[in-house]
Design a protein around this ligand. Structure first.
Ligand code: KG4
Ligand code: ZN
Length: 334
C-alpha cells in the first residue's frame, strides 16, 4: 500500500509517500518539506499565525512535490495519514483540511495520527527493532520516555516537568544572541568549546528518577550571562558547558528507565535526537552495558511526514479510517 503522509503540527509543512505491506516495515519513496526558519528567525521563535498562514500557501505544493518525486498519482495512493495533534491548532488544521479534502474528493481512506506516536515509530523507518523498546522523545515541544509495547500501545515512564529539552536549547541560544532555531547552532559551536569551562548545575526531579527538568539550566545560563564572568566567557565554552549539562540530564533518566524495564534497545527520536553529543554520549553509555541505541537519520529526527505515514500505516493496513468530522487537538495526549 502507498501511504501519503502529511505533517503540519508546527512550522514545517511536510509530505511523504511511504510504501508498506506490513506494519513497521516499508520504504520511504519520497519526502518533501517547506521549512519556515527564515520567517520565524526574525522574531526569535515561532509565531503561530505566520506558521499557519504559510502552511496555507505551501502545503498543497509540498504534497504535489512528494507525489511527483515518488512517481505516483492520487489514484495509486491507498491511504492518507495526517497529524491531528498535539501542536499549534492553526497549523494542524491546514494539514488536516488538506487530507480531508483529498479524502473526500477521491474516496481514499484517511487516519489522524498523534505527532508523538510519529516520533516514537520514526526509528522503524530505517531499522528493524523488536518491540517492546524504550524510546526517548526529545524535541522542541516534548521530552519523555516511553515504552513502545506494540503499534498503538505506548506506556509513558517519565517526562519533563517544565521545559522541553529543545525549548531549553532554543531559549539559551536566544539569550546568547546566537539566532534561531538554537539547537543546531549550539551543537555546531560546542564542537570548538570546552565542556568543563563553566559549572552548570544538573537538575533532578525529587523522588522521580525518570522525569526531567530543564528550566533551572536555562536560568543558570541567564544568571551567568549577567555576571562579570559571563561577559568575559566565549560563546563556544558556554554553549559546550550548557549542552553537556542537558545531555547529562537526558542520559541519567534514560539509563535508569532502561534498567527498570530491562530494555536492550533504546530509540532516540525527536529534533534534539539530531544532537551530536547526545548521540555520542548515549551510545557510549549504553554500549558499556551491551545495550543498543538506535537513532533515525537526521531528516527523520526532526518533524517529517514519513514518520506520520509510518504511524498511520498499521491502521490503514487494517482498513481502518477516520470520519470527515475528525478534529485537530492542540493538546492531544498519547
Ligand atoms: O521534532 P522537532 O523538529 O519539532 C518539535 O516537534 O518540536 O524538534 C525541533 C527542536 C528545536 O528545539 C531545535 O532547536 C532542536 O529540535 N534541535 C536540536 C538540534 N537540531 C534540532 N537540538 C540540539 N541539537 C541539535 N543538533
Ligand atoms: Zn516533533
Amino acid at each position: 500500500m502507498l501511504i501519503l503522509g502529511i505533517e503540519s503540527s508546527c512550522d514545517d509543512a511536510a509530505a511523504a509517500v511511504f510504501e508498506t505491506a506490513r506494519p513497521g516495515i516499508g520504504k520511504v519513496r519520497s519526502t518533501a518539506v517547506a521549512n519556515q526558519d527564515d520567517i520565524h528567525r526574525l522574531y526569535g521563535g515561532i509565531v503561530p499565525e505566520l506558521a499557519s498562514r504559510n502552511h496555507v500557501v505551501t502545503m498543497m505544493p509540498v504534497i504535489e512535490r512528494a507525489m511527483a518525486q515518488a512517481g505516483c498519482k492520487l489514484c495509486d495512493i491507498g491511504g492518507i495519514a495526517v497529524t491531528r495533534g498535539p501542536g499549534l491548532v492553526g497549523s494542524l488544521l491546514v494539514g488536516l483540511m488538506c487530507a480531508k479534502g483529498l479524502a473526500q474528493a477521491t474516496g481514499i481512506p484517511f487516519v489522524g495520527v498523534n505527532h508523538i506516536e510519529g516520533h516514537l515509530l520514526a526509528p522503524l523507518l530505517e531499522h528493524e527493532i523488536a518491540m517492546p523498546y524504550l524510546a526517548l522523545v526529545v524535541s522542541g515541544g516534548h521530552t519523555a520516555l516511553f515504552v513502545v509495547e506494540d503499534f498503538g500501545r505506548y506506556r509513558r515512564l517519565g517526562s519533563t516537568r517544565d521545559d522541553a529539552a529543545g525549548e531549553a536549547f532554543d531559549k539559551v541560544a536566544k539569550l546568547m544572541g546566537l539566532g534561531y532555531p538554537g539547537g543546531k547552532i549550539i551543537d555546531d559551536i560546542s564542537q570548538r568549546g570546552n565542556r568543563k569551562a563553566i559549572a552548570i548545575p544538573r537538575a533532578r526531579v525529587k523522588n522521580s528518577p525518570l522525569d526531567f527538568s530543564f528550566s533551572g539550566v536555562k536560568t543558570a545560563v541567564a544568571n551567568f550571562l549577567r555576571s562579570a564572568a559571563g561577559a568575559a566567557t566565549c560563546a563556544e565554552d558556554l554553549a559546550a558547558s550548557f549542552q553537556e549539562a542537558v545531555v547529562d540530564m537526558l542520559i541519567r533518566p534514560t539509563i535508569a528507565a532502561a534498567h527498570a524495564i530491562g530494555a536492550n534497545t533504546i530509540a532516540l527520536t525527536g529534533g534534539v535526537a539530531a544532537n551530536s553529543r547526545l548521540r555520542e554520549r548515549l551510545a557510549q553509555a549504553l554500549q558499556a552495558e551491551h545495550r543498543r541505541v538506535v537513532a533515525p537519520a537526521l531528516r527523520y529526527c526532526t518533524d517529517n511526514a514519513a514518520m506520520i505515514a509510518m504511524a498511520g500505516s498499521y491502521r490503514l493496513l487494517r482498513r481502518e479510517s477516520d470520519r470527515l468530522d475528525l478534529d485537530a487537538e492542540a493538546n492531544l495526549s498519547l
